[in-house]
Ligand binder design. Sequence first.
Ligand code: 16G
Ligand code: MG
Length: 542
Amino acid sequence: MDLEAITKHSALHAKPNGLILQYGTAGFRTKAVHLDHVMFRMGLLAVLRSKQTQSTIGVMVTASHNPEEDNGVKLVDPLGEMLAPSWEEHATCLANAEEQDVQSVLLDISKKAAVDLQRDAYVVIGRDTRPSSEKLAHSVIDGITVLGGQFHDYGLLTTPQLHYMVYCRNTSGQYGKATIDGYYQKLSAAFAELTKQAPRSGDGFRSLKVDCANGIGALKLGEMERYLSQGLSLQLFNVGTEGRLNHLCGADFVKSYQKPPQGMEMKSNERCCSFDGDADRIVYYYYDADGHFHLIDGDKIAALISSFLKELLLEIGENLNIGVVQTAYANGSSTRFLEEVMKVPVYCTKTGVKHLHHKAQEFDVGVYFEANGHGTVLFSKAAEMKIKQLAKESKDEKRKAAKMLENIIDLFNQAAGDAISDMLVIEAILALKGLTVQQWDALYTDLPNRQLKVKVADRQVISTTDAERQAVTPPGLQEAINNLVKKYKLSRAFVRPSGTEDIVRVYAEADSQESADSLAHEVSLAVFQLAGGVGERPAPCF
Ligand code: 16G
Ligand code: MG
């Protein structure tokens, strides 16, 4: 380590006095103007992680669905996964070190994590379309080079594309070619193969309107279109030429407000979807003939996909187990549908992709989706090999099913939830099954629900257990929630401290919207009283 050079360059990316940041659920995230030092230091950290794992590490500059003036950074581990938890701690330590301590913190991490500093390091970088992202990516590069690491800057990428690149590079190209062309080719070939069998039943199945949140998705779908040829025609909205990133549009807006994005022309019964700002989330929706808006969220996406996969798995008859992973936010109707109608086992984890991803790895076929539209399907290596063998050796229907599964494996981004690949899988399934968006929606009816935020002095006074469905502290809160829930039919409620905002989140569902709203409000009051609410008492929602 050239300690002198590190000190010199670090001073060029000085930490604002007193600023403390946490490596949260999805990396560091805050106003872009506060992030220069974090970027430089994450460049340093990525080099250490690369030396330690002897693999290529990814650094993604994005703040996903946050407003345009925010930014963020996260590291991608060798197989495309989120950074290991022990390294999240190192990241937080390094980001918060005072200027004069940067050297010693680096040495400390190297020692604790047994990093052999003599090894080579290779880091790949991607960034979203925020105005601040390019400069911040250069700060990352500065950090990488000052520690002697090599790098490749992919420039503009969706977050899942960067995960894909990292995975490809660390599996000697077996997973795919680590280029943007390789990504499009892999996905479009699998999509074309999968949809070959689909009945040609009019344009309805071949066209889709996409709200790109004024983000990177617009650019990348634009690039991908020529690979899709006549298989699917996309009409892109909110492509970033006029509106602001994630402003009144995008998956987060549509899911949170349960209304269509601005800037999109929707006719009744047309299939539409929204990406978020870095294209790792997707939700679908439509207007019915009566002008009612219907949201098809991550839960219903999981229901469609797991039903289809279950059919194919029955066809090949190999006893490969399938499991669906959700969070506490999954609508109660979706869980009931999956368990009671589809007869697939459902598991609940804490919020945050890494928790779901980890759980999904326990199955031959692990389907995971958050209600907000993050998700993918993971196939175990053993399942993949079995399916590939059957696709070659078996006959007739069994072979057909195995081939479809093979295409689906290629189509799902195994490294991360990916709005582009999820969209292609969904479009393929709808076409193959001849399902309209309304028929898909009719798989089950969502229970009315409401989410609220409560401001408290210290949100960490709330701790939870049972995948965030039960509050352990403060004393009395869970009892209060239990008593409120008893007052309503088909009801459920839970509270948890947000991992991305300084607030407590409240979720409630019940048999009617009035009940869900009222339960959410009563639970908010309980949080306000028992967990140190600040400011105005929560008012009734509507
Ligand atoms: C982050 C997570 C997302 C989670 C959300 C919860 C990733 C890539 N993203 O955006 O999965 O749903 O945080 O936010 O893990 P909250 O803690 O503020 O509710
Ligand atoms: Mg995102």
